[in-house]
Design a protein around this ligand. Sequence first.
Ligand code: NAD
Length: 512
Amino acid sequence: QVNIAGVLHNLGIDTLNEASSTGLKWSGSSESSIVDIHSPVDSKLIAKVKFATVDEYKNVVEEAKTAFKTWKNIPAPKRGEIVRQLGEELRKHKEDLGKLVSYEMGKSLQEGWGEVQEMIDICDFAVGLSRQLYGLTMHSERPLHRMYEQWHPLGVVGIISAFNFPVAVWSWNAALAWVCGNVCVWKPSEKTPLTAIACQKIMAKVLKNNDLPEGISCLVIGDRNIGELMSYDVNIPLISATGSTKMGKAVGAAVGARLGKHILELGGNNAIIITENADLDMTLIGAVFGAVGTAGQRCTSTRRLIIHESVYETFKQKLVKAYGQLKIGNPLDTNNHVGPLIDKDAVKNYLNSIEKCKAEGGKFVVEGGVLDGEGYHSGCYVKPCIAEVSNEMRIVQHETFAPILYLMKYKNLDDAIAMQNNVPQGLSSAIMTTNMREAELFLSVNGSDCGIANVNIGTSGAEIGGAFGGEKETGGGRESGSDAWKAYMRRQTNTINYSTELPLAQGIKFDL
Ligand code: NAD
């Protein structure tokens, strides 16, 4: 058991009610909107949090705009130094923040710590990036002219995040946005505000230590109403939104209507193709962790296994055996493999999907169900389950955010790739094979249509060094590594004439 009061104290959240006190950057003051935050682990009240009012939201955005005037004029490597200090603070708080992530969201303690490690990693990445915001130089077609491009910050970057990665997604966006010279306004999921408050306190301390305005890092606690305000707000040139496809369509339409920029990181429906040449022992670890890790609540969770007919029965038996060994329970107990779903609505969705799957002809080889009794009082613990299905079934085409794994069979690899691609989402995908031709076909233009395509690694999880995101209904955005930073900046092309003439481009003559 974890002393959660001690964890909150160490993170600067002193009492149960402290989280509700008014802080300009991170909370509201309207008495009417006090919300109880319960843990899915044991359903205990963690804290009461006040949601921001519209006026408070507007004040925060004004605060951010003012801070931008200071921040954009600080050289990028110096901004990197602030992000380096954030990384150092996160190292100090990894133990406690990871525990709070686990307790508030319900993921395993290992994954809670892993999430904080991801934050540290992206800070390190961003520090290096702060000296590498490169533009290109071009050769001008005109004599004694020079052309180049440079990258400038956008201004206020709005971050809307989901409950399942309550802190990492913020850091993926914020660390990059900051070194690029932007300030951030973050609206975390209304289901996980405490981890966000803890992060805000850590960053506020770093800013204070450096005599910088807290408006560089703003937090607004609220539900989708605040998200909507942000989406329509012309003061926020870029919205980076992570969540369901339904949310992404609404945010995309609102931001698009004002011709703003957006990064959308939405739902996945991720498959692993298991060929006759797969190493089945290795595959088993990737598939089971992918399907049941974070109780199936990762955007990259494995939802579908597309298995060659020659190994289908053998692998199915291995899966059934492995599922029989899964320990479900308190995620803070490191002996357990599977923790709870986020709340009872998620449990309802899980049960509905099982019913729909059965109604469409799905055959369960590992049955699901809700657990009750000792240790399961929150009502959020469910059994990971497995069904044999066909890819066309409506429920299979849909992302259920729970540990339900679908099995399907294939004869030739082209058909398997077509099945993998034939869903509305396009986030993560994988092939398990020791055959080079199969692997290369999967990665080729005729292979996976997803933003992430792996060989001999499951679909779940990613390293921060690569650009993260997916195609189709996953939204098309990219965050984190590679050159994802470019989305947080505006490109300016500069042509400089150092001659005594004014030649026009394309040889156009214009004599006066
Ligand atoms: P959600 O869509 O319910 O909420 C996500 C965030 O959007 C919350 O902060 C919410 O308040 C806000 N929101 C909801 N409707 C909005 C609207 N109309 N306008 C503005 N803001 C709005 O998602 P969730 O249940 O918190 O998270 C689960 C979903 O997130 C899954 O679909 C999962 O695949 C997806 N996800 C995707 C990624 C990715 O990188 N692709 C990462 C994590 C989660």
